[in-house]
Design a protein around this ligand. Sequence first.
Ligand code: NAD
Ligand code: TYD
Length: 341
Amino acid sequence: MKKTIIVTGGAGFIGSNFIFHMLSTYSEYRIICLDKLTYAGNLSTLQSVMDDPRFRFVKADICDRAAVYKLFEEESPDMIVNFAAESHVDRSIEAPDVFLQTNIMGTATLMDACRKYGIERYHQVSTDEVYGDLPLDRPDILFTEDTPIHTSSPYSSSKAAADLLVFAYHRTYGIPVTVSRCSNNYGPYHFPEKLIPLTIANALTDKELPVYGDGLNIRDWLYVEDHCKAIDMIIHNGRVGEVYNIGGHNEKTNIYIVKKILDIIGKPESLIKYVTDRKGHDLRYAIDPTKIHNELGWLPETMFDDGIEKTVQWYLDNKEWWENIINGEYRDYYKKMYGDR
Ligand code: NAD
Ligand code: TYD
């Protein structure tokens, strides 16, 4: 069956992986990537699909109502999957404004377009961070879809606001929505400001590896392809009006992650530098994926030991991709964030 899907934020980490997954899985689907190309968006990431007749790239801001409406008129999409967001917690602590603008107002603009032109499915890519954090000493507690929203950072608050708006549009205007809340992803094309790609890039270039606080905060890591497959299942078979948590029971402390990467690359632990903690630093995230498993049959396929090896190998094989980034405006960001931390 033919479908046209607008993927917003598809020049970023997860959106690009989702585009690759969809084009290789559904031969008759047309995928339109709408992306503003902020510092986090990279057109070279999409190079391999640019000439595919089933793919179109449109540079636009999801907050730009005229551009979004024009695209809906041109393409009459069946579905929209919204990945576009400001996504880095540390940047949200420095400058919240753009997070509120893109993550909340941008979502509202996309939903208004769905209301005006109609849509078969609007999918909001949310995050487990909307649930706040869990205690370190209670491994028995996990985030379920019923865990109250209780955010910590401007980033997570803006994502939670967007989720609430999505459900308001569902209830008030009857827009057929789904929302997924995933744990931390890792894999190819991950922007090197986040823990795993930053650690890999720094280790490969013999730079210090900044670890916030005591390094004992816990994240629940999922290989990006498994996240993309889960979204594919939700947009096709998920129940309208529902939230689905996505995560792979893979909780690790930050220091474990950093040491694991050093071990794979064969660099010394003396590169580790403990630095001032993040403000409001969430202690632990952990997802209970029972609902998506029971309803849609989703299970993670890539185990962490394999996924992290593959990821390191990808950064070794694609040096040009991340060297271009770390030699650009990222340098100023890095100096500002880590200069005298
Ligand atoms: P990313 O920062 O790598 O990519 C974001 C993309 O959105 C970029 O291509 C950027 O150019 C684009 N963008 C930003 N503002 C835009 C705007 N106003 N209009 C159009 N495009 C815009 O992010 P990511 O890590 O790929 O995350 C994608 C989504 O998944 C986000 O909504 C994020 O909240 C969510 N999420 C991420 C993770 C994770 O571990 N990375 C986990 C759970 C959920
Ligand atoms: P990050 O990759 O920014 O994802 P998130 O904050 O959305 O979970 O950070 C993952 C964890 O790693 C988080 O606990 C903060 C920590 N961290 C460091 O210790 N050092 C770093 O340089 C970065 C970027 C993160």
